[in-house]
Design a protein around this ligand. Structure first.
Ligand SMILES: NC(=O)c1ccc[n+]([C@@H]2O[C@H](COP(=O)([O-])OP(=O)(O)OC[C@H]3O[C@@H](n4cnc5c(N)ncnc54)[C@H](OP(=O)(O)O)[C@@H]3O)[C@@H](O)[C@H]2O)c1
Length: 372
């Protein structure tokens, strides 16, 4: 476990090493904003003066050694704030990833106070420092409400974690701040007070939630003055699928009807882990293991067939499936390979028809009914 001082020292060292590698890696600070940029369709966020790309980039593994980007260590970094050392080439890689996402149309970047125990925000701040102008062209979303000790939506935590995020990110304001998950001990009046002070001080423009059910959102709305403009949930063909309406993941909470609720109340739905999902037999639905259940393999075959029909890849179809939903869903992709990022951004141009959309839903519901 690194102290903050040790970590920053390591970051600085990584920065010096990265600078000397930059020409070789063909990434320069200017290219993040000056490169030839491809457009992507956008969403206008309701109740906010904000337009975002309809695919977002998620930074949870930014700065981690590849060994630490696996599921177990990812959870470790999330819950305990420790995820091993900062990768020595973290800045070069981070620049390349953010550059690729931005050049292919992504303008919404998802961060969190907890990601990599702070590495993601620090790295993102470094990239923005090296890329003058980038800050004004993107939407920065971060999250608070969890720390190394667990969930915490107290006034003190929200304000202090957000101030720390701002320092790490080297920015004066966060565009959207989410509560990472529902804190069972939450006092909505405290959340309201924290949001007020951050909003009035110009530190946060808009607020939202993540992993919140309808009732949990309603509870907050009783006290919070600002509109809650986003709900970020695990959603996709390989995840528990609230689109299907009746599915309940007992390990979390009842998310039934959440997508329709968000649509009706003008909250932007963001779908995290849109490819990886949680029903993982093998790497994903894209590449199932031999011992995966029959229904999972059947869904994977259908996905591959539909992809072939559209001359697309399975990943693109999984993303286009989410984009096809009229609620206006933003998939948050976390690919670390630039080729994957480019492939995923092209899903913006893929439209799947009604029949294929329902065939995929039906196939997914079949394997999701099995205990994982
Ligand atoms: N609010 C929350 O509680 C919460 C929880 C989890 C995540 N999130 C957010 O969601 C973001 C994304 O999560 P995630 O990483 O699970 O998303 P994901 O994009 O579903 O999964 C990433 C995995 O899929 C692979 N992949 C991506 N594109 C691919 C493609 N075209 N073909 C084959 N494989 C591909 C990646 O491989 P490579 O790395 O090799 O490219 C990586 O292993 C996080 O970074 C975070 O911002 C939020």
């Amino acid at each position: 476990m690194y102290t903050r001082r040790e970590f920053l020292t390591q970051m600085a060292a990584a920065g010096i090493a990265a600078e000397s590698q930059m020409h070789d890696a063909e990434v320069s600070s200017e290219r993040v904003v000056a490169g030839k940029k491809q457009n992507m369709k956008t969403y206008q966020v309701a109740h906010a003066n904000l337009t975002v790309s309809r695919i977002a980039y998620g930074t949870a593994t930014l700065g981690l050694e590849p060994d630490y980007a696996d599921e177990r260590s990812f959870k470790e970094s999330y819950t305990r704030g420790s995820a091993g050392p900062m990768a020595p080439d973290a800045i070069t890689k981070g620049l390349k990833i953010i550059n690729t996402a931005y050049e292919h149309g992504i303008t919404l970047f998802d961060l969190a106070h907890t990601y990599g125990g702070g590495k993601a925000e620090i790295l993102f701040g470094e990239v923005m420092k090296m890329s003058p102008g980038l800050r004004n062209n993107i939407t920065i979303q971060s999250k608070c409400g969890a720390d190394s000790k667990g969930l915490n939506s107290s006034y003190e935590h929200i304000v202090s974690a957000t101030e720390e995020s701002l320092r790490r990110l080297r920015t004066d304001y966060i565009d959207i701040l989410l509560l990472h998950a529902h804190d069972h001990l939450v006092e909505p009046d405290e959340v309201a007070r924290a949001f007020d002070i951050l909003n009035r001080g110009g530190r946060v423009r808009y607020f939202g939630v993540s992993n919140h059910t309808i009732h949990q959102i309603e509870l907050l709305k009783n006290s919070v003055e600002q509109p809650l403009v986003v709900n970020q949930i695990k959603l996709g063909l390989a995840s528990c699928c609230p689109i299907a309406g009746s599915l309940v993941d007992a390990r979390y909470a009842d998310f039934s009807g959440i997508v329709d609720y968000c649509r009706a109340s003008g909250m932007l739905v963001q779908a995290y882990s849109p490819l990886k999902g949680e029903y993982v037999w093998g790497r994903t639905l894209i590449d199932p293991a031999d011992d995966a259940p029959l229904e999972f393999k059947q869904a994977a075959v259908l996905l591959a067939d539909i992809a072939k029909k559209y001359s697309a890849t399975p990943a693109q179809v999984m993303l286009a499936w989410l984009l096809r939903h009229p609620a206006g869903v933003v998939p948050i992709t976390g690919a670390t390979k630039p080729a994957h990022i480019i492939e995923n951004c092209s899903a913006d141009r893929l439209e799947i028809n009604r029949q294929d959309w329902y065939a995929l839903l039906e196939a997914a519901v079949k394997f999701q009914r099995r205990p994982s």
